[in-house]
Write a protein that binds this ligand. Structure first.
Ligand code: ADP
Length: 502
């Protein structure tokens, strides 16, 4: 490529077979003060290569060449999607050819004999081309910003709605379908108020009027929108005045769905309320238990003293009454202990200190204790697997099995066997407590671990309905499980599993 002298840079692609004509054209252009960069091509491959190698400001093409033509060069330019000023120059071009060239997209044509027209034509074309380029860039920038805006709106998790001053929808973002289950088509032209909860209408109307009268903007408020026939979702909505270039005044609403957040907050509030209630309950039961325990132990002690000091002078009836006082006092004390344990567990204040424990030894001791309580029931002990130490809370474990064993004794006829079995599994220990007692009615089985629930077949057997609730709370801290298999009149099998690691 050759370059010319000082002035405005101009890169010209010449489609011309005649070197002299090309020089004439270049000389004419230089007269206009252009610094020329140029290349002369004679065939389509040459032109294509030139177009692909660099950018050009202008194409000047001879109408006819031996292997090429101006219309073919123009077509090539269009195939390459290049919008370059294209001037046709010909020595012989008739009017028809000139019209055809212009129709095909040439910007100007002139005769070689009248090259004086070249400079003004080039100047004009360069100006037009630059204007076209500027417009194209502006259009592109607009398209890009529209595309960005659309992507933003269409992917927004919020609802974006445009309504007119009366509340009629004239734009809704696609998120509406996902959030409210209604499509844009269903909404357009309808009133937003058809979707707003009737109780929220007055508040929303005031907000809209204030915004439209420009008393407040933007304005934030919360209201409910209908999701389907039965559900309402709550939104935090930012309302802004909107003026369309056509003069239409309306409101743009940006609504954020707060339903889940409200839901979670409500759960938190309920949990917090429950926690406070549990703490209050615990405080009350701790106080009551403390206040009752002292007089109860005085009663028990006095009854025991009376029994031992006057044992030779008491008749059978008096002795029976004294025993009854002692039993009743003990069961009241136990009831207080159980209530306190449950209250502590519910307030998450039940202490849990797991330590490695020899399970077999612990169970054998416990069985001996229980056997002392009732000599009427043979207690059988069995083991399966290789014994190991487990990480458990000894006090809580004592509560669990003393409750289960004392129930087995309490709810079985004298002389029936009670079987206590330990099975050591790899990850957990299974305990089975089986009796041949009254069994548990099917309807009661699912409520057994609720406080104060007692089976309908207990008859005169005394109890508070708290023992199994205590068992469950102590087991929960160990992440253990309890299941029951029972048949009325046949007996019950309680199965407890406690993880080895506690
Ligand atoms: P309580 O024995 O003081 O009533 P529990 O919470 O220990 O309370 O037991 C709840 C209920 O479960 C009992 O009232 C009884 O109906 C039933 N139950 C528990 N263990 C047995 C058992 N081994 N045999 C029959 N019924 C039982």
């Amino acid at each position: 490529m050759n370059t010319g002298q000082t002035g405005i840079p101009l890169r010209v692609l010449l489609v011309e077979d005649n070197e002299d004509d090309a020089l004439l054209i270049l000389r004419e252009l230089r007269r206009g003060g252009y610094i020329l960069g140029y290349q002369r091509v004679e065939t389509p491959p040459e032109m294509l290569a030139a177009l692909q190698q660099q950018t050009w400001d202008l194409v000047i093409a001879d109408y006819t060449l031996p292997q090429f033509s101006a219309p073919a060069a123009l077509a090539l330019l269009q195939v390459e999607s290049l919008d370059l000023p294209f001037v046709v120059i010909s020595g012989t071009m008739g009017e028809d050819q000139a019209v055809a060239a212009m129709k095909a997209g040439a910007h100007d044509y002139l005769m070689k004999s009248n090259l004086a027209r070249l400079l003004p034509a080039v100047e004009r074309e360069m100006r037009d081309a630059s204007e076209r380029r500027r417009r194209r860039q502006a259009e592109y920038a607009l398209q890009q910003s529209e595309r960005r805006f659309r992507t933003l709106i269409e992917n927004a998790s919020d609802l974006v709605m445009l309504i007119d001053a009366t509340g009629l929808f004239y734009y809704v973002s696609p998120s509406t379908e996902r959030i409210l289950g209604v499509t844009g088509e269903q909404l357009l032209g309808r009133s937003l108020f058809d979707w707003i909860h009737p109780d929220d209408h007055p508040l929303v109307r005031v907000a809209f009027t204030q915004t439209l009268e420009q008393l407040a903007s933007p304005l934030a408020l919360q209201f409910r929108l209908q999701e389907n026939v039965v559900n309402w979702r709550i939104f935090e909505v930012l309302v802004k005045l909107f003026q369309d270039p056509t003069g239409l005044t309306g409101l743009v609403l940006n609504a954020r769905d707060l339903t889940e957040r409200h839901h979670i907050e409500a759960i938190h509030r309920t949990l917090e309320h429950e926690r406070k209630l549990n703490e209050l309950k615990l405080r009350f039961f701790s106080m009551a238990s403390h206040e009752f325990r002292t007089p109860l132990s005085t009663i028990l002690l006095s009854a025991q003293l009376l029994e031992s000091s006057r044992s030779d002078r008491l008749d059978a009836k008096e002795l029976r009454n004294l025993k009854r006082i002692q039993e009743a006092t003990k069961s009241l004390t136990q009831m207080l202990t159980d209530i306190l344990t449950i209250a502590r567990a519910e307030a998450q204040k039940l202490e849990f200190h797991p330590q490695l424990l020899d399970i077999e030894q612990f169970c054998r001791h416990l069985l001996e204790e229980c056997q002392l309580l009732s000599r009427q029931h043979p207690l059988e002990f069995e083991q399966e697997g290789i014994p190991y130490l487990a990480n458990v809370d000894e006090k809580l474990l004592h509560s669990i099995f003393s409750n289960l064993l004392s129930n087995a004794i309490k709810y079985s006829p004298n002389q029936t066997k009670i079987r206590f079995k330990i099975i050591y599994h790899a990850q957990e220990i299974e305990f089975q407590i089986e009796d041949m007692g009254i069994g548990i009615p099917l309807e009661d089985q699912q409520h057994l671990f609720e406080s104060f629930h007692r089976g309908r077949n207990v008859g005169l057997i005394e109890g508070s309905g708290l023992g199994l609730a205590v068992v469950k709370k102590c087991l929960d801290l160990h992440q253990g499980r309890i299941t029951v298999l029972s048949q009325e009149g046949k007996g019950s099998l309680f199965r407890v599993c406690i993880p080895r690691s506690g």
